[in-house]
Design a protein. Structure first.
Lengths: 271, 472
């Protein structure tokens, strides 16, 4: 599928904020199943935008503003071609061996409840276990955009049995790692047929299966990633792959608004 | 106690050991009341300079004076030379280890250390994997903790390769002794330690990134006055004549670090940081950190700033890694270690764990990433209930612990309850590594366990300090 993305993020500060610095992971990289056709990152205030690879091989932009900023809009537009690979991610830049992704982090720590739940997954080959894990998680949790926030750890979301794609991904990763399967967090876009803009991008997980490699599991939707999934960045958890992480001095209250559309570029708009 | 080696009296003969000739004479001649008076003077002076140390876990982090003992600890020049060679070798190996772990990982490929010591270690900072810091130096300042059990038996107890503290006490203790007993120091021909701040500055300057001019911008980065070692941060900045800054005083623009000054931004080339990795940069590490500098890591990865010690050195001073140091030294240096390790059981290994569980009453058990004497079990001094509690912790997470035999640490004469009594000591020399090699000032910080028979010397656990002399 040829996926077209428009991703706009606007920060409005109560007062002009100084020393605004942003780490942006909003640009996809290629792998065997994904080719970037064109991509653009724009910021509407004066400053320096530098591109580099981070330790996980993600494309990272660092933006630092020259002046105090009252409002800042980050606009990302681009197109990429994604092929159906049944969730298999091969040919990506892999600076680390899979074992690195057995590490736990604060956001992906498996508490007693997650461990017991993961342990109850039927025995079998890793691939079968991962599918079972995904199915059970999809059934157990209710999608709810009000129950959690970006800083909610897996264990807390699991207790509430509610959350968003980020929480599903964190819990899946925590459980897989507990079972000894390397797993990681993925941020990206899911092309949706509806035309309304979303207020967040998507997130899912990848787990490493010997002989197959990395496989992408989207527990929030209960499916392996298809050619509707545009992969942007990976890491141990949300913090490593977050589209934006920023810092500033002053500025008072911040109002953040996000608008994302990811659509099949081959479809004609119906309106 | 009787089975400990005493640094003044050896195994208990009537003649003092060579190093302590002057001290023994001095102690014999000086009435204890005079020593007590000097002790009180020292305490008053220290209080006036404001050299304090706040202790975590105390009510409201109460600030406390670390007790100072007026009886110095003495090493002969010959003893020191041997230690110095061993320290240089060990710190060279630590730097080579870090360069390798963040580079090609040859030591893992060679099967010398297990990969999980690195991959699973949260101190192995993935964000800087592959990065070579300016001039290739990782551990610019190391504090290597040594203990002694006999005339020729020194062991490394711990490597401190993150932000070792205590050097201000080494310097202040010497200054105090020079004030209180100038003739004694002269008679004993004590080697100077006062050169440390100059050597530290030279070390930091030597790792300026390429392109920084002779007038490199150097700062000491502190978490602020609430940190337990803040006194030391300001003391060292002052002695070196460089700025003491907090995170908010620095900013990053276009991959370069600047300090805000009244005359406008000033370029910073080298940061002696006394902040843990996790707090250095909220864009890459803990997002809630307000102590760090947003974007600092990108300036570092771009090669535009040196951070001392480098980001990620904690993987090398983990106590599980410590247990492999003899093999690590042989691997990189092609020579036998000059300083011995304390035999160490790794509880992550099933056989070691079962031995440790069977022998807890005679062992010291430590958390692999613990420091400051927190969370450790000293078997011979523990109650049955404490031992049972620790056994449960060990079974639950064996990989988090190592165990060592309880060493009969040497004792030094110490003023206690108005008279001279033997008390257990250790020694932390400070080892500096710059672009031109490794340097150690002759001496270090001697820590003393003030309670009779106690083996825990950490200041956070009520230990005191002594001046350390390399004499003759």
């Amino acid at each position: 599928m040829r996926i077209r993305v428009h991703h706009a993020t606007t920060y409005d500060y109560q007062h002009p904020a100084e020393g605004v610095v942003q780490a942006l992971r909003v640009t996809p990289s290629g792998y065997d199943g994904q080719r970037v056709i064109h991509w653009r990152v724009d910021v509407d205030v004066d400053g320096v935008l530098r591109e580099r690879r981070d330790a996980f091989g993600n494309c990272l932009h660092i933006f630092s503003a020259d002046q105090p900023v009252k409002s800042l809009t980050l606009r990302v537009t681009g197109e990429a071609e994604v092929r159906e690979t049944a969730g298999v991610v091969s040919g990506a830049l892999e600076p680390f061996p899979p074992q690195i992704f057995l590490r736990t982090t604060a956001l992906t720590a498996a508490d007693e409840a997650i461990r017991a739940w993961a342990q109850a997954t039927e025995q079998g080959e890793p691939l079968a276990r991962l599918h079972a894990l995904m199915g059970r998680l999809h059934d157990k949790m209710a999608f709810d955009t009000t129950a959690t926030n970006v800083a909610t750890p897996a264990a807390e979301a699991f207790t509430h049995k509610r959350g968003v794609c980020q929480d599903y991904a964190h819990i899946f990763v925590a459980a897989a790692r507990f079972l000894g399967i390397p797993a990681r967090y993925v941020s990206g876009h899911l092309a949706r047929p509806e035309t309304d803009a979303q207020d967040a991008a998507h997130a899912w997980a990848e787990a490493f299966v010997p002989d197959l490699g990395w496989i992408a599991f989207d527990a929030a939707n209960g499916v392996c990633a298809s050619d509707s999934y545009l992969r942007i960045a990976v890491g141990l958890d949300y913090l490593d792959a977050a589209p934006t992480r920023g810092a500033r001095r002053g500025g008072g209250e911040e109002r953040l608004s996000v608008s994302v559309t990811a659509r099949d570029a081959g479809l004609q708009r119906q309106d | 106690m009787a089975d400990s080696f005493d640094e003044m009296n050896g195994w208990g003969g009537s003649d003092p050991r060579a190093a302590y000739g002057e001290i023994r004479r001095w102690l014999d001649e000086t009435p204890p009341e005079i020593l007590q008076t000097r002790h009180a003077q020292a305490e008053l002076l220290f209080r006036r300079t404001g050299i304090t140390f706040s202790v975590y876990g105390d009510a409201e982090g109460a600030e406390r004076l670390i007790p100072f003992d007026v009886v110095p600890r003495v090493l002969t020049a010959a003893e020191w030379n041997r230690l110095e060679q061993g320290l240089v070798q060990r710190v060279e190996a630590l730097n080579l280890l870090l360069a390798d772990l963040y580079g090609g990982q040859e030591i893992i490929k060679a099967g010398v250390i297990p990969p999980e010591l690195v991959t699973g270690n949260p101190q192995y900072q993935l964000a800087v994997a592959g990065h070579v810091p300016p001039q290739g130096v990782f551990v610019h300042i190391a504090g290597i903790d040594l203990v002694r059990t006999g005339p020729d038996d020194f062991y490394v107890l711990e490597d401190n390769a993150r932000t070792p503290s205590g050097v201000s006490y080494m310097l202040e203790n010497r200054e105090m002794m020079l004030r209180l007993f100038p003739e004694l120091l002269q008679r004993a021909q004590v080697a100077p330690v006062e050169t440390y701040p100059d050597l530290l500055l030279e070390t930091l300057r030597s790792v300026s990134p390429d392109g920084a001019d002779g007038d490199a911008g150097i700062v000491v980065l502190t978490p602020g006055p609430h940190n337990s070692a803040f006194y030391e941060h300001s003391f060292l900045a002052d002695k070196m004549g460089v700025e003491l800054v907090e995170g908010a005083d620095l900013f990053v623009r276009d991959d370069r670090v600047f300090m805000r000054t009244t005359e406008g931004p000033r370029r910073v080339d080298v940061i002696y940081r006394r902040i843990d990795d996790a707090y250095l940069d909220p864009l890459f590490f803990r997002p809630d950190s307000t102590l760090g500098v947003p974007g600092l890591l990108t300036a570092y990865l771009a090669g535009n700033v040196a951070i001392a010690n480098a980001v990620g050195t904690g993987v090398a001073d983990d106590k599980a890694m410590y247990s492999y140091m003899p093999e690590i030294i042989r691997f990189y240096m092609g020579r036998e270690p000059l300083l011995a390790n304390v035999p160490t059981w790794r509880c992550r290994e099933a056989e070691h764990l079962s031995y440790v569980l069977d022998h807890l009453p005679e062992l010291v058990v430590k958390e692999v990433d613990g420091s400051g004497g927190y969370g450790m079990l000293v078997g011979p001094h523990a109650t049955k209930a404490q031992i049972a509690g620790f056994a449960a912790k060990l079974r639950a997470a064996p990989e988090k612990f190592i165990a060592q035999p309880t060493l009969a640490l040497s004792t030094c004469p110490t003023l206690s309850d108005g008279r001279i009594q033997p008390r257990h000591v250790d020694l932390r020399p400070f080892v500096l590594t710059g672009a031109k090699g490794v340097k150690v000032v002759p001496g270090g910080l001697t820590r003393v366990a003030l309670a009779p028979g106690s083996l825990v010397v950490n200041s956070s656990q009520g230990g005191g300090t002594k001046d350390t002399w390399v004499s003759g």
